[in-house]
Design a protein around this ligand. Sequence first.
Ligand code: NOJ
Length: 544
Amino acid sequence: MAAPQPPRTDAWWRDAVIYQVYPRSFADGDGDGTGDLAGIRARLPHLAELGVDAVWFTPWYTSPMIDGGYDVTDYRAIDPAFGTLDDAEKLIAEAHALGIRTIVDIVPNHVSDQHPWFQAALTAGPGSPERARFHFRPGRGEHGQDPPNTWPSQFSGTTWTRVPDGEYYLHLFTPQQPDLNWNHPDVRREHEDILRFWFDRGVAGVRIDSAALLVKHPDLPDLHEDTDPHPYIDQDELHDIYRSWRTVADQYGAVFVGEVWLPDAERFARYLRPGELHTAFNFSFLTCPWEPERLRAAIDDTLAEHAPVGAPATWVLCNHDVTRTVTRYGRTDTAFDFATKTFDTPTDLQLGTRRARAAALLTLALPGSVYLYQGEELGLPEADIPRERIQDPMHFRSGGTDPGRDGCRVPLPWHADAPHYGFSTTSTQTGTGGEPWLPQPDDWADYAVDRQATDPHSMLTLYRRALHLRRTEPGFGDGPLTWQPTHPGVLTFTRPHGLTCTVNLTDHPVPLPPHTHLLLTSNPLHPDGTLPPDTTAWLRGRRP
Ligand code: NOJ
């Protein structure tokens, strides 16, 4: 195992590598087929050896798991399937001892319909103060038979569900996720208290779920194609909320990363102004196809939009909501779009993997912080989940046309020859371990951590080397990026200290830029020293 690294105490988040753990699928410590905190604690050495700076845990709170834990009943308690608060505190401390900070996921837009506040609102009835914490409204039409407005759900279908007394409540996601009313002081107070609760437990940061959706126009007006401004995306009042959150975070030196899906670069950057969020996910890069001009534009636009507010960019290739990178890059359409996902899309995994390796080195060489999603370091492909095992509400609410997000949430393979690839940390000792909550493909043995760890050409070895270099060599992380003139279809940029990154997106080999040292390549060079297609090289040495 790598020697523990003391946490960097400066603005560590400006250039950190942050690893996303989806607790249900990372490692199972009690053999019941569901990942848990004991499993994560047992596998922390994997993260230390990989060389990440922080871990972001998707929600681990008590939840009926209708939307994978993004339907929370108690933000201060750990779901029993995952463990206890004591386990979480131990996990945070053990990670910290390995030099790894913890980021938790806060879900402020909605709660579970089993949350005590919502249950109280149902009982209390129309006009009650309990209902005022949510968006309850009478229906439209003579008998109130029509929903209060025409907002479509983020997961298809309507955003309104009628309760037995005739009122409707708003839910931008599933009916089991009622939206909170952020104009209510209880809601604001409660969330600042939740932030303090986790900061008091040593958490270094918070990922804010659906960060641009919290505030709704008070009249809840209908939404048409030309409705401007939008009645619930990116309302100006959100900035007051985040300025107030920031004062809480600053008392602890903690940081925020917002899940802000906004096409408008200027509006996006407003969330990153001084005194608001430290960082936000860069989804324009995640959704960008594997094409040189588009990638360069996405990088330039990202850097240009962050520069005026002084915030570092974040770079993300995948997460628990999107098609895994090696699969996406192996398709004819290499962009990501929720609206166009279908079953049975032809995929060339060899090509996709080659590109994902090149993309990994590209991403890790860019200025700012990088998010890795568990399994990305193993090059896991999107799994085909048999329809009868699918759990994601996105699939059901699409009428069964969208495959949903389970294909990127399959339990990780740790040991090639253990039952369920050693997903259960007890299985390697006892030879047992429950059936994982989502089925693992039969051909995943070669993706297992133990097999990849000893293979110098594996994805895991590439990530370990890259993260090690990124941490020990000068020029990576925060700082300027300068594009260099190069061949069409090739992206070449320099970073401080003579560091050069070059990516060949053509279909033929190209010469390497002048250099004195070759630090790393995503695939071997040709024997004549040229850079093959879909390959990235990190070089050192100033251009002549
Ligand atoms: C974004 C999360 O990443 C996703 O998984 C979840 O379904 C929605 N927000 C709703 O909380």
